[in-house]
Every structure is written in structure tokens, then in C-alpha cells.
Design a protein around this ligand. Structure first.
Ligand code: IPM
Ligand code: MG
Length: 356
């Protein structure tokens, strides 16, 4: 079992270090190799995704990823910005299926900005298509407009597009995931306006017919954004395109009160996967030892389950995380009165201890 460890920038190094500690005490044999990615790789090698890092990722069964990005790179040309590392990994490894669970932990119901009764027991799985849509669609660029409202003016354009097979494969992923949980898929689209999402809706309906045991409903993205805060427990599995999924997954994450708790997985057809916390590099708190490592530790659990075939070890980690929450340990992002505030390292060590 070979794991590429890519801590990245900001709090990435601190939180990944804790997840590695947890992996090391499971009694399993991993080959772990660390490499630079994002801004850190740009500083050292002049590129956010150096050839060596990409090669290592391709040769591994799984990638444990921290986070990339810092405001100081905002002025770099797009191809050299830290975010390109994550987009490059998704594209080169074909990581088309992104799983973003939004789970409300019992002990953290008060951390949400929504009323506890709305989110207690919340367990949504957002499945975001990750290698298509307007993120990767060609052509894109800048030019002088020859038509439109202002011919002759500078304009920029991107292309939203999906092919039928791209939609089919993510639809299967969603229905199969739903079978293992609430058997309810909500497909989010904008079929009332966009051709791309009319095809999306048609294909989802067709594939849905192959899963008669799973309920399928369709929702426009604007309504989905509203229903997520109005009646979040309506949702079980949400499947949507790359851009809508980017937006709705942040919204869903925040329903739970702390994005610091949420893991994610991005898989290709061979179950090779990239595992990362749902949050970003948080440069404002980097190096202070206060970042919440639990999302990364839970991402390591997802990695064991999805890419490394070690479901039992994954369960052990998830139980240990619940244990430390029950002990009242909290990093500042999830702290509330009456609990014990701890730092990144103490939280990681508490999980190690709770593994028994
Ligand atoms: C995410 C992030 C990325 C995305 C950025 C960093 C490119 O927001 O993983 O959700 O938009 O996909
Ligand atoms: Mg995002």
C-alpha cells in the first residue's frame, strides 16, 4: 500500500502530520512518501505540481493531501497558482468522483448557525463531478468580442460542457452510494436554462431507471441552495456537476458548524484516490498549532476504506474521533463553553490514544 503524502501550504503541514501519526499506529504496513505541492512546490521548483510530485501521485494507491494556497500567490499567472496543483492532479489521475460528506456530529450540534433541530442527525453525501463542466471545458480565454452586447470590447469566456459518458459514470457512482445509505438521490441541475444540464437531467433519469430501489428527484441549483438551509435533512445523496458541487459542498459543510471536521475523497475508475480535508489552507492560522486536524484524520479513514481496502482500520479511526469529541476535546474552531480547548498536536495525540 503506497501512499503519497502531499501536505502543501498553510495549515496543510500541521494537519497532515497528525493524520500520518494516526496511520502509523494502526499496525498496518504502508509505504509513505512525502512531496511538495502548491505554493511550497512553487517556491522550491517554480511549479505548483512538479513532475516528480505528479509521478509519485500516479505511482501511489492513494494520496493524502493537506491544502494549498496563500494570498501571496494571487498575483501569479494562473498556471503557476497553487490551486493548479489540485486541478492538475484531478485531471491527470482522472479523479472524476468527489465525495463530500456533511455529517453533523452529535456533540457539535450547537456549532452550527442553524437551529439544532434542523441539523441534529444530519448526514448528507455530496457527490460532485470533478473533471468536467466549466472548470475544464474548452475553449476558454480572452479575446475581443465580435458580437454580443458590446462588439469590439474585451471579453472573457469559459465553456460549460458535459458528454453523456461523463454524466453516466458519475450517475452510477451516486446511485451505488445511495444504495448503501438512504436510497435517495437528489440530482441538482439548471435544466431550465442550460443545455448542458438538460442533458445531465435526461441522463440521470435514464440511469435512475436502472436503480428502481433508489428514489431520484431533480432540483434546480438555486432551489437546492435554499433547501439546504431550509430543510437540510431532506437530502441523502446529492449529485451534481463540478461548479454547482463546488458551491453547494461548501454550503453543506457549513451546515454542520465546522468545516474543520469534514473529509473528502476524489476517486478515479481504478479506485485510486486523493483524500483531503474539505477546508482550505487557512493561512491566517498557519503555524500557530490551532488548526483542527480531524478533517484530515477522517480523510485518512476514507482513504483506508475506499482505496486501501482496510475498512476495519477506517472504522477504528472514526470511532476514535467520536471518542475524543465525547471527551470534550475541541480545537478553537469547534470550541464552546464547558469543553476543553486543545491545539492541533494535542488533538492528533488524543485520537492516537483513543485508538487504544
Ligand atoms: C475545492 C476548491 C477547489 C475547487 C479550488 C481550490 C480549485 O474550492 O476543492 O472545492 O474549486 O474545486
Ligand atoms: Mg471549493
Amino acid at each position: 500500500m503506497k501512499i503519497a503524502v502531499l501536505p502543501g501550504d498553510g495549515i496543510g503541514t500541521e494537519i497532515v502530520a497528525e493524520a500520518v501519526k494516526v496511520l502509523n499506529v494502526l499496525g498496518l504496513k504502508f509505504e509513505m512518501e512525502t512531496a511538495l505541492v502548491g505554493g511550497a512546490a512553487y517556491e522550491a521548483h517554480g511549479h505548483p505540481l512538479p513532475e516528480a510530485t505528479l509521478k509519485l501521485a500516479q505511482a501511489s494507491d492513494a494520496i493524502l493531501f493537506g491544502a494549498v494556497g496563500d494570498w501571496k500567490y494571487d498575483k501569479l499567472e494562473r498556471a503557476l497558482r497553487p490551486e493548479q496543483a489540485i486541478l492538475g492532479l484531478r485531471k491527470n489521475l482522472g479523479l472524476f468522483a468527489n465525495f463530500r460528506p456533511a455529517i453533523c456530529y452529535e456533540q457539535l450540534v450547537d456549532a452550527s448557525s442553524l437551529k439544532p433541530e434542523l441539523i441534529a442527525g444530519l448526514d448528507i453525501l455530496i457527490i460532485r463531478e470533478l473533471t468536467g463542466d466549466i472548470y475544464f471545458g474548452q475553449p476558454r480565454g480572452r479575446r475581443v468580442a465580435t458580437d454580443g452586447h458590446f462588439p469590439g470590447a474585451e471579453e472573457a469566456f469559459d465553456t460549460m460542457r458535459y458528454s453523456r459518458p461523463e454524466i453516466e459514470r458519475i450517475a452510477h457512482v451516486a446511485f451505488q452510494a445511495a444504495r448503501k445509505r438512504g436510497k435517495h438521490v437528489t440530482s441538482v441541475d439548471k435544466a431550465n436554462v442550460l443545455e448542458t444540464f438538460q442533458l445531465w437531467k435526461d441522463v440521470l433519469t435514464e440511469i435512475g431507471a436502472q436503480y428502481p430501489d433508489v428514489t431520484l428527484d431533480h432540483m434546480y441549483v438555486d432551489n437546492a441552495a435554499m433547501q439546504l438551509v431550509k430543510k437540510p435533512k431532506f437530502f441523502d445523496v446529492v449529485v451534481t456537476g463540478n461548479m454547482f458541487g463546488d458551491i453547494l459542498s461548501d454550503e453543506a459543510a457549513m451546515l454542520t458548524g465546522s468545516i474543520g471536521m469534514l473529509p473528502s475523497a476524489s476517486l478515479n475508475a481504478k479506485n485510486q484516490g486523493l483524500y483531503e480535508p474539505s477546508h482550505g489552507s487557512a493561512p491566517d492560522i498557519a503555524g500557530k498549532g490551532v488548526a483542527n486536524p480531524l478533517a484530515t484524520i477522517l480523510s485518512a479513514a476514507m482513504m483506508l476504506r475506499f482505496s486501501l481496502n482496510q475498512a476495519e482500520a477506517a472504522d477504528r479511526i472514526e470511532v476514535a474521533v467520536k471518542k475524543v469529541l465525547a471527551q470534550g476535546l475541541r480545537t478553537p474552531d469547534i470550541y464552546s463553553e464547558g469543553t476543553t480547548k486543545v491545539g492541533t498536536r494535542e488533538m492528533g495525540e488524543a485520537v492516537v490514544k483513543a485508538l487504544g
